[in-house]
Design a protein around this ligand. Structure first.
Ligand code: CP
Length: 301
């Protein structure tokens, strides 16, 4: 069985082909082959989700399979049944597990006990499925080759969070340049930064990171589970908003990504989110096409 817990679970070639295949699925629309015939996905989500949950469910149906949402609140997981027992039992019924949980270690434990592929639908450490959709969004604007080129400069503005970590893994795999602006104390995982080597660098001002960038990318500063820190984070991220003034420093062709949900007026201005450089709703749509390519890879080879 093959899991997808982080971007680096795929080789450079596999990741490139996955993005290409996602573009093909996009062209096929609701048509095309049905490689998940009679297969059922289990979606175990400890945290709320709109895009990830719906895109996986629709992807499963359009590929000829089924999806079953399993809220921990309504299963024995929420009443303390061990993860290892749950993973082994669900492997007898289901063909893959798509899991959103707070702790990455919990996901790894589940994956180690499951006999079926396990997909990371977001943990505290990474959000790899989102990055595949983001790479597709970049590729459809600048060409498939762009994501493998050092002269593609991607700016990340904000928290060195799970998304930033997955972007670091992606630049390590593909070789584009990642310039992160994070306030002191909000750096991404240092091991992933080291792994990315010359392909990634952290700055302390958004302007430095955005200089000449073709992709400008941000995300909420206080995501689910960090609400208690919201006031402090808003203070710490002062000046980190992606607005027209910041975009003036980017390449004139730059596009703006945000994985959504967005907090308008905090990490991104209304004018930028709704403006001509924003591709955030294409990015959200691309989650569906990316999930199809991923499920096909993991379940149909
Ligand atoms: N971007 C993203 O993961 O959205 P959801 O939390 O709605 O799934």
């Amino acid at each position: 069985k093959r899991d997808f817990l982080r971007i680096t679970d795929l080789s450079r070639e596999e990741l490139t082909e996955l993005v290409e295949r996602a573009a093909e699925w996009k062209l096929l629309g609701k048509g095309g082959p049905r490689p998940l015939d009679r297969m059922t996905l289990g979606l175990i989500f400890e945290k709320a989700s709109t895009r990830t949950r719906v895109s996986f469910e629709v992807a499963a149906y359009q590929l000829g399979g089924n999806a079953m949402f399993l809220s921990p609140r309504d299963t024995q997981l929420g009443r303390g049944e061990p993860i290892r027992d749950t993973a082994r039992v669900l492997s007898r019924y289901l063909d893959a597990l798509v899991v959103r949980t707070f702790e990455h270690a919990k996901l790894e434990e589940l994956a180690s006990q499951a006999d079926v592929p396990v997909v990371n639908a977001l943990t505290d450490a990474s959000h790899p499925c989102q990055i595949v959709a983001d790479l597709l969004t970049v590729a459809e604007r600048f060409g498939q080759d762009a994501i493998g080129r050092e002269d593609l400069s991607v700016a990340w503005i904000g928290d060195g969070n799970n998304m930033a970590n997955s972007w670091l893994e992606a630049c390590a795999r593909l070789g584009f340049t990642l310039r992160l602006a994070c306030p002191e104390g909000y750096d991404p995982d240092p091991a992933l930064l080291a792994q990315a080597g010359r392909h990634a660098r952290v700055f302390r001002t958004p302007r430095e990171a955005v200089e000449g960038a073709l992709v400008v990318n941000t995300d909420v500063w206080a995501s689910m589970g960090q609400e208690g820190e919201a006031a402090k984070r808003i203070r710490d991220f002062a000046g980190y908003i992606v607005d027209d003034a910041l975009l003036a420093a980017a390449d004139s062709r730059a596009i703006v990504l945000h994985c959504l949900p967005a907090h308008r007026g905090e990490e991104i201005s209304e004018a930028v989110l709704e403006g001509p450089r924003s591709v955030v709703f294409d990015e959200a749509e691309n989650r569906l096409h990316a999930q199809k390519a991923l499920l096909e890879l993991l379940l149909a080879g």
